[in-house]
Design a protein around this ligand. Structure first.
Ligand code: GLY
Length: 360
C-alpha cells in the first residue's frame, strides 16, 4: 500500500486533507467523540459504497449513522434537496454536536457542506470527494452552496470541513472523459501556481491523467497543496482566493450558454485559453506562455475554442453574473505562468479581441 499524504489547511478553522489509496477506513477519525449521529449524503451510484461506509462508522456501536440518497450533479444542488436532508436530520433528532459526511462529486459535497453549515447554525462536516474535480477543488476549500432559478451558487456559506479524505481508489472506475474534465482544475493549478504540473503533462500527457500513475498523484497533490495554501490565507475570498477563478468568468458563461450540458472542466478549459489571450493582448503574458496554454490543453484533449457567434450572449451573461454579485467585470489574468493578478473592468474591445482568438 502506498503512503498517505496529509496536506494541512492553516487558519482558525484549519483541517487536514488526506490523499492516498484504500483510506476510506479513516473517514470519521476526525469527528469529535461527542458525535452520536452522522448523516452520509451520497448520490444513487454510490449507494453500496455509502452502506459500507455506514457499517464501518457504526462498528463499535456508539453511533447512529443515516444515509440520505440525493440526485447526482446539479440536480442535487436544489433547495428541495437540502430540505429533504434537513427533514431526515429533524426526524432523527440531530443535535448541534452531530455530523454530516459528504460522499460524492463536487455537487454532492457542495450540498452536504451547505446542509451541515445550516443545520442548527452549523454542524461538523467531513468531505469524501469521489471525483477529480471534488478532490482538487469543490470539497477542499469550504465553499458550500446550492443553485437557485436565477443562477449557480447564489445561496451558500463558507463552512470549513473537519477533514477531507481523498481515496484515489475511487477514481479507478471513472471514465477517461470524466477524469480529464475534472483535470482542468489541476491544469489551472499549473498555470497559476505550480508549473511543475505543466512539465509533467508535457512529459507524458497520458500518464498525467491516469489515476494509476505517480505523475497523476503528484499533479493532484500539487493542485490540492495550491488550494490549501490559498484557502489557508484567504478563506472568505477577500483577496488572494480570487485567483482560483482563473478561467472561470468566461467558463461560467459558457456553461450557462450550454445549459450545463458541457462539463465544468471543459468550459473552464476554454475560459483559461481566453484568460491567457486576454493577458497576452493586455501586454502582460509573453506569447510563448499563451501558446503553452493551447499546447497543454490540447495535449489533454480539452477544448480551447468556442462558437464565434456566441460573444454577445457570453458578454451579457458575464455582466449579469457580476452585477448579481455586486461587482464590476473582473478577470484573473497572468503576468507569467505562476503569476496571477486581477484585470478590472477591461475595455470591451479588448475583451472581444481576446474572444476572437478562441472562437473557432
Ligand atoms: N472554486 C473556487 C474556490 O474555491 O474559491
Amino acid at each position: 500500500m502506498t503512503a498517505t499524504t496529509t496536506i494541512t489547511v492553516s487558519g482558525d478553522a484549519g483541517y487536514d486533507i488526506h490523499v492516498g489509496r484504500g483510506i476510506l477506513n479513516r473517514v470519521g477519525d476526525a469527528l469529535a467523540p461527542s458525535v452520536r449521529k452522522v448523516l452520509i449524503i451520497h448520490p444513487p451510484t454510490l449507494g453500496a459504497a455509502a452502506a459500507q461506509l455506514r457499517e464501518r462508522l457504526m462498528s463499535g456501536g456508539t453511533r447512529e449513522v443515516l444515509l440520505a440518497e440525493i440526485p447526482d450533479a446539479e440536480q442535487g444542488k436544489r433547495v428541495e434537496v437540502a430540505a429533504f436532508c434537513w427533514q431526515v436530520m429533524g426526524k432523527a433528532d440531530f443535535t448541534r454536536t452531530d455530523a454530516v459526511i459528504g460522499f460524492g462529486g463536487g455537487a454532492v459535497t457542495d450540498l452536504a457542506g451547505f446542509v451541515a453549515a445550516t443545520w442548527l447554525r452549523g454542524v461538523q462536516v467531513v468531505q469524501v470527494p469521489t471525483t477529480v474535480l471534488g478532490m482538487v477543488d469543490a470539497a477542499v476549500g469550504g465553499k458550500t452552496g446550492i443553485n437557485t432559478a436565477e443562477g449557480k451558487n447564489l445561496v451558500g456559506a463558507f463552512w470549513a470541513p473537519r477533514e477531507v479524505v481523498c481515496d484515489l481508489d475511487l477514481l479507478d472506475s471513472l471514465s477517461p472523459n470524466e477524469t480529464v474534465a475534472g483535470y482542468a482544475e489541476v491544469v489551472k493549478a499549473g498555470f497559476i501556481w505550480y508549473p511543475e504540473i505543466l512539465d509533467l503533462i508535457e512529459a507524458d500527457p497520458a500518464a498525467a491523467v491516469d489515476p494509476a500513475t505517480p505523475a497523476f498523484r503528484r499533479c493532484v497533490e500539487l493542485a490540492i497543496e495550491m488550494k490549501a495554501r490559498v484557502v489557508g490565507e484567504d478563506f472568505r475570498e477577500g483577496g488572494l482566493r480570487e485567483v482560483l477563478n482563473y478561467g472561470h468568468t468566461l467558463g461560467h458563461a459558457i456553461e450557462h450558454a450550454e445549459r450545463y450540458r458541457w462539463r465544468h472542466g471543459a468550459a473552464v478549459s476554454v475560459g483559461m485559453m481566453y484568460a491567457a489571450e486576454l493577458s497576452r493582448l493586455a501586454g502582460r503574458l509573453p506569447d510563448a506562455a499563451a501558446a503553452r496554454h493551447r499546447d497543454v490543453l490540447e495535449l489533454l484533449g480539452l477544448p480551447t475554442t468556442y462558437r464565434a457567434g456566441a460573444w454577445p450572449q457570453l458578454l451579457a451573461t458575464m455582466q449579469r453574473d457580476k452585477k448579481s454579485r455586486g461587482g464590476m467585470l473582473r478577470f484573473i489574468v497572468l503576468d507569467d505562468i505562476g503569476r496571477p493578478t486581477v484585470l478590472q473592468a477591461p475595455d470591451e474591445s479588448l475583451l472581444f479581441a481576446a474572444y476572437q482568438e478562441v472562437s473557432g
